[in-house]
Structures are given as structure tokens and as C-alpha cells.
Design a binder for this molecule. Structure first.
Ligand code: PMT
Length: 313
């Protein structure tokens, strides 16, 4: 058995796995009928590696889910069907625009005349903010082009990722994978994990193992004809391009989008085996409300179209 096969053999699927697998299957079958429909799987947010079966403590991976949730909106704008595989409670498309109490502050209670039957209105000065977002959200819902599936642990994520790939395989070159989730590289195998909360009576000895790199079976076996884009997060700029190329060589996929933790919102590099091209968001662009995900998605779609055209020849 390979290390990834062993991982699946030793880790049970999440309890709602079968429901999610059916949702993925139905969503893909619906869109497969339309021969012009492109589809993207977006992974977003960080996975956790639990330290206890009854989990109180865990090792988390950094990602707010901004990249994935913003990109989902831009893919929907461009006509793609979107499977949004995201970490529970990380940012989601559309609702990401309203943090915390911001949304409630846009509403007012109207109970002056109808105390029996009060209603809720959007404040007039909030309509311009809410309306375009609500329109796009409704359009995505009504056209059934957005499926939300959520995960928390790295093991849940890997089970759902494989199920999503199985559902996507028939799309062949029409499928695009946008792997922006920050996936745990280290974890405690289930057999080595204590059942209950680790007691604080002494310093615990925690031995983390390597999570198998799932890009290997994903590119090689699960969706070999799809256009796969992975992300590379580093904190040391001098490693960024070399590590991205190393990943392309190892897994043989199409594109790595490289970013540095602190500058990820305004600079990314598109790395292929032979080229590296930057996308930079200027201060003026950021101030005008442009998000870097818009040019990122635009460039990926261009490359996906080129890829489809070459494969078709
Ligand atoms: O969500 P935000 O706050 O907006 O931040 C966005 C981001 C910085 C998280 C995003 O742009 C990003 O860089 N995501 C990838 C982060 C990451 O986990 O990089 P990595 O070097 O650990 O993994 C590289 C690739 O290998 C990833 O595409 C991942 O899908 C894949 N991987 C990782 C671990 C693993 N066991 N198997 C894998 O296949």
C-alpha cells in the first residue's frame, strides 16, 4: 500500500460522508449534461490535526478562507459551476462581505404600525451595498451552480477531496481544481491519539507524523485530465519559486500559484516548469476595491481555456 492508501485505510470517513458524497455526485451529474459547462473545485481554509479523539486541542493551519471564497465569486461570474470545499466557519462566498455585526447594522425593525406583525427592512443607505451581492448570490442559487461542502480535520478534508475528485473525473478537461486550502503537513495518527483530553499534569510528548502528499494520487489517478492548480505558501521569499517548481516536477500538474504569507493579498507568482509571472495589486487598485483574486481567476481561466484547446486538437 502507498502512504496515501494507508492513510485512508487507517482513518474513518466523517460521519456525514455518505450524504456529502451523494450531494457531490448529484451536483456533478446535473452539470455534466451541459457539454459547455466548466466546473471548478475550490478548496479553502485550513485543516486541523486533532491531538485527542474527543478533541479539545488541535494543531491548526493558517487560512482565513479569503482567497477561496473571493475566487468562488469570480468563477461564478465567469459561468463556472463551483464546488466550494471549505473549513467550517471560515469565510464563504457572498457572506464574506459582511463581518460580524455589520450585517445586523444594515437592517432595521419596522414595528411602528404593525406591532402584531413586525417586519425587517434593509436600511436605505445599505441597499446599494447589499443588492449587487444578493443578486449574484440568488443567481448562483437559482442556477444551482454553487455547492458548499465543509470540513474541519485533515482526515475529513482528504475523504471529501477524494469524493469530489471521483465526482469530477467525467468532466475531464472541463474540470479545474483550485487547491487554495492550507492542508496540514503533520498529524497524529488515530491509533496514536489519546481518547480523552490530554491532562496538564506533565508536559505531553506529542509525536507528529507526515501527512501523505495528496497531490500525487489526485493528479496521477483521480482526475488525470483536469487542469490542476495548487498553491504554495511560504514565509521565506528565497524558497518560493524553487519550492513551487519542485512541486510541479513531483506531481506533474499544470500550475503553482506561489505566495508569501505577509504579502498574499497583493502579490502572487504563477509558476510553471518554464515560466514565472507575477500578479501585483497596486495600492491604488486595492483602495479602489479591486481584489487580487479577480486577476488571478481571470488568468487561470485564460490558461484553462488554452489547455482545453490544446487537449482538443
Ligand atoms: O485563506 P487566506 O487567508 O486568503 O490565505 C490564502 C492562502 C495563503 C492559504 C493560499 O493562498 C495558499 O497559499 N494555500 C496553500 C497553502 C498550503 O498549504 O501550502 P502547502 O505548501 O502546505 O501545500 C502546497 C499544496 O500541496 C497545496 O495546494 C495543498 O493542496 C497540497 N497538499 C498539502 C498537504 C498535503 N498533505 N497534501 C497536499 O496535496
Amino acid at each position: 500500500m502507498t502512504s496515501w492508501e494507508e492513510f485512508y485505510a487507517c482513518h474513518l470517513p466523517p460521519s456525514d460522508f455518505e450524504d456529502n458524497r451523494q450531494l457531490l455526485k448529484q451536483f456533478c451529474e446535473n452539470h455534466l449534461k451541459n457539454k459547455n459547462q466548466n466546473i471548478v473545485l475550490i478548496t479553502s481554509g485550513g485543516t486541523i490535526a486533532p491531538l485527542e479523539h474527543n478533541t479539545v486541542r488541535f494543531v491548526d493551519n493558517f487560512s482565513a478562507g479569503n482567497r477561496g471564497s473571493a475566487s468562488a465569486e469570480f468563477f461564478l461570474d465567469r459561468g463556472y459551476a463551483v464546488i466550494f470545499l471549505f473549513r467550517t466557519k471560515s469565510l464563504e462566498p457572498f457572506t464574506r462581505h459582511f463581518s460580524g455585526q455589520q450585517f445586523l447594522d444594515m437592517l432595521e425593525i419596522n414595528d411602528r404600525e404593525h406591532t402584531e406583525n413586525p417586519s425587517i427592512n434593509v436600511k436605505p443607505d445599505s441597499v446599494d451595498i447589499l443588492l449587487p451581492i444578493l443578486r449574484k448570490y440568488k443567481e448562483a442559487q437559482e442556477s444551482n451552480r454553487l455547492l458548499y461542502i465543509n470540513f474541519t480535520s485533515v482526515s475529513d478534508y482528504l475523504w471529501l477531496l477524494r469524493a469530489a475528485c471521483e465526482a469530477l473525473a467525467s468532466f475531464e478537461k472541463r474540470a479545474l481544481l483550485f487547491l487554495a486550502a492550507a492542508v496540514s503537513d503533520f498529524y497524529v495518527p488515530q491509533d496514536d491519539m489519546p481518547k480523552h483530553k490530554i491532562q496538564s499534569s506533565g508536559a505531553p510528548k506529542i509525536s507528529l507524523q507526515l501527512v501523505p502528499k495528496i497531490l500525487k494520487p489526485l493528479v496521477g489517478n483521480w482526475v488525470p485530465q483536469a487542469f490542476v492548480v495548487s498553491f504554495k505558501l511560504e514565509t521565506d521569499d528565497s524558497l518560493l519559486i524553487a519550492k513551487s517548481r519542485e512541486s510541479l516536477m513531483k506531481y506533474n500538474h499544470k500550475l503553482v500559484i506561489a505566495n508569501i504569507l505577509q504579502t498574499r493579498r497583493n502579490r502572487v507568482v504563477f509558476v510553471t516548469p518554464t515560466s514565472s509571472e507575477e500578479i501585483i495589486l497596486t495600492k491604488e487598485q486595492a483602495l479602489s476595491g479591486l481584489e487580487i483574486e479577480e486577476p488571478i481567476v481571470c488568468e487561470i481561466i485564460k490558461r484553462h481555456e488554452e489547455f482545453q484547446a490544446t487537449v482538443a486538437q
